[in-house]
Each structure stands twice: as C-alpha cells, then as structure tokens.
Design a protein around this ligand. Structure first.
Ligand code: GDP
Ligand code: MG
Length: 354
C-alpha cells in the first residue's frame, strides 16, 4: 500500500488507502508489478432483466392479447368484466367461474383473450418504470350518462404514456339518460376520435346490465389484437410479471404471474425481484391445476420464498443457485427501496377494475 501511495504521489496524485482508481489506471500500475488486472464484472440485475433478449422472428408464434379495464369510478369496470365472464362461461362451467386468481381468460369463438382483473395501479406504474408492460389493450370504460370524468382523463394519459392501444367502451347505454354522442364529442378533446368521424379509435357502446354490445366489444378486441400482430416465443425460458401476490396461511407466498415469453413449468426455478424459488404448483384462471403456462397466460404459483411485489419481473433460470444469486443481487442493489418509493408516489386508485 505504501509503495502504491508513494508511486501515485510522485505521479502527482494524492490518494489514501481507501481511494479508488479508475480501472485503466489500476491496470497500468498492475502491469508494472507483472500483474494483469481483470475488471470485476458488475451486473445490474435490473438491467439484465430488462434487456430484451434477442428473439428470432422464426420462433415467434401468435399469442393472445392481454387486456385491462380502466376508467372513472362507478362507470362500470367491474360490471363489464363480470358481464364478459358471464357471457363466455361454457355450459360445463356454468356458475362455477370463481375469480380465482385476479385474471381471467375468456374464449371467443376459439380465440383467447386474457383480462387482468387487478393489474393494480402499483403494478402498472412499477412496470412502466422499467419499461415493461403488462397489457396490450386498455378498455376505457366511460358511462354514457356521466361522460368524461377526472379519472377517465388520468386513465387516457396512462394508457397513452404506456403506448397501449385504447378501445372505448361507452357503458350503461341501457340508461334513459345515456348520451353516446356526447361521450364521443368529449373524447375528441383527448385525441380519441371515432372512425366514423375520421379518427381511428374504436368505440363500442355496451351495457354491462343488459349485455348489449358485449360480443361486439370482444370482437373489436380480437380485431385490434390482429392488427397488433402480438407474438411470443413459447420455446424458451419463461419471463413475465407479477400481477398480484400475497401470503397464504396454508400455502405460503402465492403469486399470480402473467407469462409473457416462453413457457413456465412446474419445477422451474424462478427469480422474482427479491424473492426466488421453485414453482411447486400452478393454478390457472379457472382454479385448475396446470403443469405449464404459455405466453399471455396468467397463473397462480406457489413455491417462492417470500411474497414478491406486484409489477415485479420474474424470470425462469437454470437452477436454484442462479435464482438465489439474482434475488440476492437485487436486494443488495437496493432496488426494493426504489420500487417502494415509487409506489408511495402513486395516486392512481380506482383507475382499474376492482
Ligand atoms: P366500477 O367502479 O367502475 O368498477 O363500477 P361498477 O361496475 O362497480 O358499477 C358501478 C355502478 O354502476 C353499479 O351500481 C352498477 O350496477 C352500475 N352499472 C354498471 N354497468 C351498468 C350498465 O351497463 N347499466 C346500468 N344501468 N348500470 C350499470
Ligand atoms: Mg370496480
């Protein structure tokens, strides 16, 4: 140490035993002592997680759209989701649809749509912060008797900032006081202009109560999804996001996760922010046990060591050690705190279904 300090001093540099040198400088000096310096690899776990891994176009296959419902409180987000679920219950499941995992998958003439029941404002914002995205299409619910309200505008801004396609559902058209034209007029101010007015936004008049227009809305979602050409590679390690998570008394930490790429299997090792584990069991949106989940599929999983945060990115890795290393690095990098801070800054309650 003394020799090095002296050497640097003579070179005009005042340092002490705790000083850090740039790598270039350090490696120069090391050479004088017949040493070859190697730079310590600094892995930013979050960067790694966000890094879009190269995907070959030929491996990509179509995947179902992931849809969330947004809008002002009481405009009918929950009712609309319920109506969609009810119209799509196949006879075998009649009455048996429990909202098991906070996301649902509906079948529309052989095509699938995934609805996030509770993307949760936190999840949404946390994900956006990382450039990750949970949804492809946002259904903006506006009550035909109430029109554009403050949270309608907030929802529009969020969807736009996230680059999500917006479909407008003008709800409560069964009401005497419903005024569809007024809603269209009001939304033009936010650049949501109906096609018949020369714009490109799809407007679907619906009633969650009478179910009028629900089938049309579902068709429009599929049409929009077609245009978006949503694709993913199912033959790779899974990656996705946490939609919601909690500590279950009997089962331990349970997390509903949306698989976005690859296929998640029972037995896979995963890292999810500060937690990690092995997928012990998986349940689909109908509450059935499954052993694998393809892209755009929501599943509830058991087997994590702690409860991850909503919005956290998960990735399947090769083995337990890798999973643990990633979560430990994540913790040491203090990203947890970063996310916690973000959450406190959010004020987006009631934008979403629930
Ligand atoms: P959210 O806060 O956006 O989730 O709204 P809800 O789904 O809880 O609905 C708010 C209120 O509007 C409830 O009293 C619903 O029964 C009512 N509502 C929802 N959809 C319709 C509809 O299509 N027609 C009528 N008449 N009322 C509706
Ligand atoms: Mg609600």
């Amino acid at each position: 140490v003394t020799a090095l300090i002296k050497k640097l001093f003579l070179a005009g540099k005042m340092v002490n035993v705790n000083s850090e040198l740039p790598f270039d400088e350090a490696s120069e000096i090391a050479l004088e002592y017949n040493c070859i310096a190697e730079e310590e690899e600094k892995v930013d776990v979050i960067e790694e997680l966000l890094k879009e891994d190269e995907e070959d176009e030929k491996d990509m296959v179509p995947r179902p759209p992931v849809v969330c419902v947004m809008g002002h409180v009481d405009h009918g987000k929950t009712s609309l989701l319920d109506a969609i679920r009810q119209t799509k219950v196949t006879s075998g499941e009649a009455g048996g649809i429990t909202q098991a995992i906070g996301a649902s998958v509906v079948d529309v003439n052989g095509q699938t749509i995934t609805f996030l029941d509770t993307p949760g404002h936190e999840a949404f914002t946390a994900m956006r912060m990382r450039g990750a995205q949970s949804t492809d299409i946002a259904i903006l619910v506006v009550a035909a008797d109430d029109g554009v309200m403050p949270q309608t505008i907030e929802a529009i801004n969020h969807a736009k900032a996230a680059g999500i396609e917006i479909i407008v559902a003008i709800n409560k058209i069964d009401k005497e006081s419903a005024n569809i034209e007024r809603v269209k007029q009001e939304l033009t101010e936010y650049e949501l202009i109906p096609e018949d007015w020369g714009g490109s936004t799809i407007f679907c008049p619906v009633s969650a109560h009478t179910k009028e227009g629900i089938d049309n809305l579902l068709e429009m979602i599929l049409l929009t999804a077609d245009v978006l050409e949503l694709k993913a590679n199912p033959n790779r390690k899974a990656r996705g996001i946490v939609i919601e998570a909690e500590l279950d008394k009997g089962r331990g930490p349970v997390a509903t996760m949306l698989v976005q790429k690859g296929t998640l299997h029972v037995g896979d090792y995963i890292a999810v922010g500060a937690s990690h584990g092995k997928v012990r069991a998986m349940t689909n949106s109908r509450g059935e046990r499954v052993t694998e989940a393809l892209p755009s599929t929501p599943v509830q999983i058991q087997g994590l060591n702690t409860v991850p945060d909503a919005g956290e990115i998960f990735m399947a890795v090769d083995n337990e050690k890798e999973a643990r290393t990633i979560s430990e690095t994540y913790i040491s990098q203090g990203k947890e705190k970063l996310l916690a801070d973000t959450k406190q800054r959010m004020s987006l309650d009631d934008l979403y279904s629930q």
